[in-house]
Ligand binder design. Structure first.
Ligand SMILES: [Zn+2]
Length: 363
């Protein structure tokens, strides 16, 4: 699988000539991203058929189409076919789709595709025991399914999740009805339209230009488990501003030069991850000290959110990758660094950084 190539490449790569704090000329000059990142949950190539959704008769025609099919999902899982190379399970629509309020995903290779919520107790399709296929978690699906199918799975879970949690009008509290073939809901009392929400989250790889990454461990994460920092974009804020604010809040580090890299739908339940890289200079970059006198200031975890934050070297990241490949706890310590899962954009950004030798991207 494509994502494996990153870590394998990283593992076979020799460490930089000097992995100490001194920056190499290459690290100072910056480098280019070597290839576009392949990120799970992206690449759904379904035609979302916006022009067909306004027409109720058109929706009925699509429901009756001989190749119409329905995909099933619960809050955190999707139905897939059995076998070693699964796809999303496509079942006939009969009995699985409410004909009065269908949720049309779109047209996929000429076949109308609808969505069915396996968690809906009032739906005819309410059953996780479908007799065919199997349920896998969305995270598993992100690595198990072909790229476009995993993207479709993310779309399916995100859309059903929104419907599940928006049965009532946010304006007047009345029950709402599905409209627009499932891409909106309408309140019959106050005529307000509601649309699926997507919450932007910035997630940023911060490097010090000397071959080190800023990583943090959130409250509730196991010892040794770290990832790059992330946070919601606030109202009235650009993603670039959110990057700098979140880094400062979560670690006390003053970052600069945020650069957008790539994005990832993250329907847990409704986020869109905006992947950035940003720079920080190790000297005089801290917005607060750790309260200990006579110690050099460093990253300070945000109370109530982060347990630990710190700089990690390329060699530590490569060692964590090697441990993972061996599927063993680190030879050095039971609390050795553990990287985020390969389904996440965080891991893709970290692997791409390691693959280019821990070098900072050129501005
Ligand atoms: Zn209303």
């Amino acid at each position: 699988m494509a994502y494996r190539n990153y870590s394998q490449a990283a593992i076979t790569m020799p460490p930089p000539p000097d992995s100490s704090r001194q920056a190499t000329p290459d690290q100072q000059a910056g480098t280019q991203l070597q290839q576009p990142l392949t990120v799970p949950f992206t690449g759904a190539d379904i035609d979302r058929a916006s022009e067909l959704r306004e027409d109720r008769h058109e929706l009925q025609r699509l429901l009756a189409h001989p190749h119409a099919a329905v995909l099933g999902a619960s809050a955190d899982s999707v139905l897939v076919t059995d076998g070693a190379k699964p796809h999303l399970l496509r079942r006939p629509v009969g009995g699985h789709v409410n004909p009065h309020q269908p949720i049309l995903l779109g047209i996929d290779g000429g076949s109308p595709l609808f969505a069915a919520d396996l968690d809906d107790p009032e739906a005819q399709s309410h059953s996780k025991d479908t007799g065919v296929g199997r349920l896998v978690t969305l995270r598993e699906a992100g690595l198990l399914l072909p790229q476009a199918e995993a993207g479709l799975a993310a779309y399916l879970v995100a859309l059903l999740g929104w419907h599940r949690n928006h049965h009532f009008c946010a304006g007047c509290g009345a029950p709402t009805k599905t409209t627009h073939g499932g891409l909106s809901r309408r309140c019959p009392r106050c005529s307000r339209n509601h649309f699926p929400r997507t919450d932007p989250v910035v997630i940023m790889l911060v490097d010090d230009g000397e071959g080190n990454l800023l990583l943090g461990r959130r409250i509730g994460w196991a010892e040794g488990r770290f990832s790059i920092l992330a946070g919601y974009v606030a109202p009235g804020e650009t993603p670039e501003e959110a990057v700098l604010r979140e880094v400062a809040e979560e670690s006390g580090v003053r970052a600069h030069s945020p650069r957008y890299i790539t994005s990832q739908p993250w329907p847990f339940p409704s986020s869109l991850m905006l992947g950035y890289e940003a720079s920080a200079d190790r000297e005089a970059t801290y917005t607060r000290d750790d309260g200990r006198s006579n110690s050099p200031a460093g990253p300070v975890p945000q109370p109530g959110e982060m347990v630990e934050v710190g700089w990690f070297s390329l060699e530590q990241v490569l060692e964590a990758s090697r441990d993972e490949e061996r599927q063993s706890v680190s030879s050095s310590s039971a609390t050795a660094l553990r990287l985020p899962g390969e389904v996440s954009i965080a891991r893709r950004l970290i692997d791409a950084w390691a693959e280019r030798g821990g070098r900072r991207l050129a501005p």
